[in-house]
Design a protein around this ligand. Structure first.
Ligand code: AMP
Length: 174
């Protein structure tokens, strides 16, 4: 049977892609290679297209201090995945790259966080978007500001560039 109108056709599984920003971090093994592999694996996913990747910055650990410095970056991608499915895809890549969950905020081969998902604001049991505390964290804001300085977080008047400039401890590009 032929579809009756255009609406029926566009309703058949064609979701518009959403622009997302993901935060990446590593402080175990070859951190640069870990970040690059995470970017490549995300881009291999049929429903994720990596558009741009920030420079990788070296940052001091937060929370649990007795561990090596981190290498952090942010990527911009488009995806047709739901936020939950994007989290599952990110966690499966973390597992594939050998991430073991031991100490909270402790050393890790790779950490992939959903920073922003379009202008969505979401708080569920296992997912908070925008990512909690990203506004105060140099390791998130600085690479994000290098990619998208004019971006504003949902409900925030200041741009990401302005928020990054206010930070006390700038991260170094590596
Ligand atoms: P982490 O140890 O930093 O990788 O934290 C992972 C946990 O944070 C997972 O259990 C996620 O369900 C939860 N989580 C909450 N919000 C987010 C988010 N925006 N991105 C990634 N993980 C999140």
């Amino acid at each position: 049977m032929l579809p009756k109108d255009k609406e029926t056709v566009s309703g058949q599984g064609c979701k518009p892609p959403v622009t997302v920003y993901l935060g990446l971090g590593s402080n175990m093994g070859d951190s640069r290679a870990n970040l690059q592999r995470a970017v490549a694996l995300l881009d291999l996913h049929p429903e994720i297209k990596v558009e741009r990747v920030s420079p990788f910055l070296e940052t001091a650990p937060v929370g649990y201090l007795e561990q090596p410095h981190f290498l952090n970056g942010v990527l911009q991608a488009t995806t047709t995945l739901s936020p939950q499915a994007l989290l599952a895809a990110a966690q499966s890549i973390e597992n594939r790259l050998g991430r073991k969950r031991t100490v909270r905020w402790g050393p890790r081969t790779i950490d992939i966080d959903i920073l922003l998902y379009g202008d969505l604001v979401l708080k569920s049991a296992d997912l908070t978007i925008p990512h909690p505390r990203m506004q105060e964290r140099a390791f998130v804001l600085q690479p994000l500001a290098l990619l998208a300085p004019e971006l504003r977080l949902p409900g925030c008047l200041e741009t990401v560039g302005a928020l990054a400039q206010k930070l006390a401890h700038p991260a170094a590009e590596k």
